[in-house]
Structure formats: C-alpha cells, structure tokens
Design a protein around this ligand. Sequence first.
Ligand SMILES: NC(=O)c1ccc[n+]([C@@H]2O[C@H](COP(=O)([O-])OP(=O)(O)OC[C@H]3O[C@@H](n4cnc5c(N)ncnc54)[C@H](O)[C@@H]3O)[C@@H](O)[C@H]2O)c1
Length: 313
Amino acid sequence: MATSEQQEQSIAVLGAGVIGASWSALFLAAGRDVVVYDTASDVESSVRRYIENAWPILEQLKLTSNGNPDNIRFCSNARKAVDGASFIQESVPEQVDIKHALFNDIEPAIAEGSVIASSASGLTLSEMQAGWVNPAPLVLGHPFNPPHLIPLVEVMGNEKTAPDAVAKAEAIYASIGKVTIRVNREVPGHVANRLQAAVWREAIHLVSSGVASVEDVDKAMWAGPGLRWAAMGPTTLFHLGAGAGGLSDFCERYSDSFNRWWADLGTPTLNNEIADQLISGISDATKGESNDELSARRDAMLAAILTATRDLR
Ligand SMILES: NC(=O)c1ccc[n+]([C@@H]2O[C@H](COP(=O)([O-])OP(=O)(O)OC[C@H]3O[C@@H](n4cnc5c(N)ncnc54)[C@H](O)[C@@H]3O)[C@@H](O)[C@H]2O)c1
C-alpha cells in the first residue's frame, strides 16, 4: 500500500499519444512520479523519445528544477497503473466506448479522494460520467496541445462530481505551472475550442469569399490580434481600446460597428471544396517548410513568448 506522501507524488497517465506523452513530460518536469498505461506496443520508446525532445524547452522555461525525466514507469494493466495515484490524467482516444471501458476497468481501483481528469476535447463530462457506477472522482481537465507548453487547462465538474474534486485538480495543475479556468456549464467544445472555432470560421469565410489569401489571413492574425491576445484577453483589450472611459466608452463608441460586422460574418461549412481551397493556400503560407521544421519554430516562439512574459503576469 502506498503512503499518502507517495500518493501525493504519483500521477497516472492513461493514454500516452500526442497529449498523454506531453502531460507525462510536464508532470516529470514538476518532480512527480509518472506511471503510464497505454495499449500501444511501442508506447515506452515513443514516450521516452517525446520526453527527451521536450526536456530542453522545459529546461528553458525553468520548469524542470525539481524534475527527473527517468521517474517514469510503464504498466500494462490499467488498474495497477492507477493504484496509489492521487491524480490520474486520462488521454485515451476521443471515443466514448473506449473511455467508458477504461473507466469501468479502473473504477474499483481508484483510491478514496483521488481525482481523475479527462483531457477530452469533444466529449462532454456527462457523456463520460455515463461510464461510471459513481462518477464522483471524474472531472474535465482539458489541455491545449501541447500541454507541456500551453498553460491553459479547462476544468469542470457538476452535481455528480465530488465537492472537492475540481479544487483538487486545480491545485495539482497550479503546482505544475498550469493556468486553469472553470467551465460552469456544459457546452460542446468547452470554452477555448469554441473561441478557436469562431475565429477559424471567419478566417475560412474570408478566404473562400476572396477577401484575402490563406497566407494573409494567417498573417493578419499573428501580426495583429493574435499578438495582443497572447498578452491579454479580448474584453480586457477592448477595455483599453477607448481611452480612460474603459469598456463602457468602448461599447458606446463601437457597438454599431460590431453589430454590423457580426451581421455580416460568414457561416461556411468545411466541405471538400473549401478544404481544397485551404490546402492549396497553405503552401504559400508555410513557404515549403516541413511540418517538423514548422513545429520546432512554433515551439521555440511559444517558449520565447512564455519566457518573456512570465514576470509580467
Ligand atoms: N490532439 C489534440 O490537439 C488534443 C488537444 C486537447 C485534448 N485532446 C484530447 O486528448 C485525448 C487524447 O487525444 P490524442 O490526440 O493524444 O490521441 P492519440 O490518438 O494521439 O493518443 C491516444 C493514445 O491512447 C492509446 N490508447 C488507445 N486505446 C487505449 C486504451 N483502451 N487504454 C489506454 N490507452 C489507449 C493509444 O495507443 C494512443 O497512444 C482525446 O480525448 C482528445 O480529445 C487532444
């Protein structure tokens, strides 16, 4: 039987693909012991490779001072993986039957007071709760890819969740440097993906209706509002957009403009024709860089932004 100190220290990661491998790297960097359960035969080599690649950037972000990339073990049995873990991060594929089967398997092995957070992007908490006899330990803990770099986690519980589970999850996330928000009501896509979807819908509309190229719409974002949004959220920024009168003056001055723009925003459907148009535009936007090169440059810029802004938050 694990001691409570060992339990506090020990994290189970269930599913270690794109998201679970990144969570593993971050938990290790923060000094936690990680146990991974994943059904893939090559999981150990792929996760170890992921951690090795992620570690230098975690070091650059000064997130590894307590960490040891070797404090990880791989377990081929889900129940054994969660035994003794105070916190479990689930990142198996986004299919309700896979999540339910896993929950059903591990439920008897979850220690009293432990919390399991699901990374699910599309499935809702209530859809996942249907896989439990008693879903009290389950919360939503939805990260943004890659979780070891992007601070946000969206956390949610509801009336079936243990009263302290959301607060416990938030405390664990805070202890590893994450920024959490609370989702108060269940909606598809939670909060951040809906914001992304709204912006991408209009980006697609602008391209498909001939207003600007893929390259220029992307540029308009990273050289314009995207840079500001990395500093502050849209409503706070507009509070600064009309001088000393703040948001109240901004709303008075610009409500007609926004209402007119909203009435004109597009509602495209992402069909084959539109996908082809975006795909033919992406080569101009990426200028022949491979996906690996682009990803490395994206991560380097994210790390630079995070480092530069850390003491200004
Ligand atoms: N990819 C993203 O951008 C992103 C972002 C945020 C959240 N999420 C969410 O994270 C979760 C995982 O997504 P992903 O992109 O990492 O998927 P993925 O397919 O890359 O990884 C899933 C992993 O789960 C393993 N797996 C499959 N069945 C399993 C089982 N029964 N038990 C244990 N492991 C099993 C697979 O071998 C694989 O390694 C999903 O719920 C997804 O919605 C994804």
